[in-house]
Design a protein around this ligand. Structure first.
Ligand SMILES: [Zn+2]
Length: 380
């Protein structure tokens, strides 16, 4: 009898043990699907199967309403499909939850900022990014985005203080950009007729980067527009000293201003000086050739244009000038040859300013590439 009882106790213990094991394993099984589906969702997202990813994340969210990341990803997929209202709705609802960690809050706000940027609501995006930066002043991703928003909206003052505070200088590259912020700010003031204020700003730009080409150009312009021609000339002449390779950008302005001052003879000296400092300066050589033509010194003009074509065989202005010179002299064959080569060149090239970063070409120089948004990428 005692023997039987013992077996009963052992059997009962086994049954209890079995139920305990079953209970634990079933609990594990319940938790597993959400995790498994979540991983499947990530996998689908990575391989670009957004529709499948969306379904997976939605089931995860149903199974485990605390899985914030699944909701974040759902919103991201809405954004990717350009359904910005839905993306914002999903992301914003997450913010209403209680007891979010500060890391989670930041993650959600970053997603909201991205929704707003891509939906084109740059004003609200900026506000969210500013909030984020207050939460974490060292967030590089947020700073970069905020900076690009300020630049996009032309808020040069805020861009300047953010860039100055956050980015350490890499071989002066940062100071050159800060100088250009000032230039843009000054340009805005100049267009509003605030010439004095504009000039102050252009001079500040030169303190950041004394070789800032547009600062000299616009500083001269701001004097010129107020009929202070001599000061305009001296600003443009400073450009010749600091950046001779960009001097040609002010040749026309200088010629006009010196003519108005009754000092046109000075321009020849200026071009000669540039060529003494930089014998390869084709633009100065060309400007001198044009002066020769104007003064009837045809042989000298011809010689200079040929010299230019030696250095730069595609120079269209020199070819055109030579065609005219040869026609005047009756040398038809030489003129015709040049017309043919000019025709070939023309078919190949119409734009002469190239962005060194993205390779895009333009008919005028840009200090910030309108295409890839790179600063100072035109080699000027
Ligand atoms: Zn570019």
């Amino acid at each position: 009898m005692e023997h039987v009882l013992k077996w009963w106790i052992i059997a009962a213990a086994l049954v209890v043990l079995f139920f305990i094991i079953y209970w634990f394993s079933s609990r594990k099984k319940k938790a597993k699907p959400a995790e498994k589906i979540y991983v499947e969702g990530l996998r689908a997202l990575l391989s670009g199967e957004d529709r499948i990813a969306f379904q997976k994340f939605r089931s995860v969210a149903d199974l485990d309403t605390n899985n914030i990341d699944a909701y974040l990803k759902l919103g991201d997929i809405f954004r990717k499909k350009k359904r910005f209202d839905r993306a914002l709705q999903v992301h914003r609802q997450l913010l209403l939850r209680h007891s979010l960690s500060s890391e989670a809050k930041k993650e959600i706000k970053r997603a909201i900022a991205q929704d707003l940027i891509e939906s084109g609501d740059h004003h609200k995006a900026t506000l969210v990014l500013e909030e984020l930066l207050k939460m974490d002043e060292k967030d590089l991703g947020v700073t970069t985005k905020l900076l690009s928003e300020y630049e996009e909206q032309g808020d040069w003052e805020k861009a300047l203080s953010l860039r100055e505070k956050f980015f350490k200088d890499k071989k002066g590259k940062n100071r050159k950009i800060l100088a250009l912020y000032k230039v843009f700010l000054g340009k805005k003031l100049k267009s509003e007729g605030e010439f004095h204020k504009a000039r102050v700003i252009f001079k500040e730009a030169l303190r950041y980067d004394e070789a800032c080409v547009p600062a000299y150009i616009y500083l001269g312009d701001a004097y010129y527009e107020e009929k202070r021609v001599e000061e305009a000339v001296s600003s443009w002449r400073k450009l010749l000293e600091t950046s001779p390779q960009a001097a040609y950008l002010v040749f026309e302005k200088l010629e006009k201003a010196l003519f108005e001052l009754g000092n046109y003879g000075e321009i020849e000296k200026i071009y000669d000086q540039i060529l003494r400092d930089d014998p390869q300066n084709i633009q100065a050589l060309f400007a001198l050739a044009v002066l020769d033509e104007k003064r009837g010194r045809k042989a000298q003009a011809e010689q200079k244009h040929l010299q230019i074509l030696d250095q730069e065989p595609d120079s269209m202005p020199s070819k055109l000038s030579l065609i005219k010179l040869y026609q005047d002299k009756g040398e038809k064959e030489k003129a015709n040859q040049l017309v043919d080569s000019l025709f070939d060149d023309f078919l190949n090239q119409t734009e002469r300013f190239f962005c060194e970063k993205c390779g895009q070409s333009f008919s005028e120089p840009h200090w910030r590439c309108p295409f890839c948004k790179e600063w100072n990428s035109f080699g000027i």
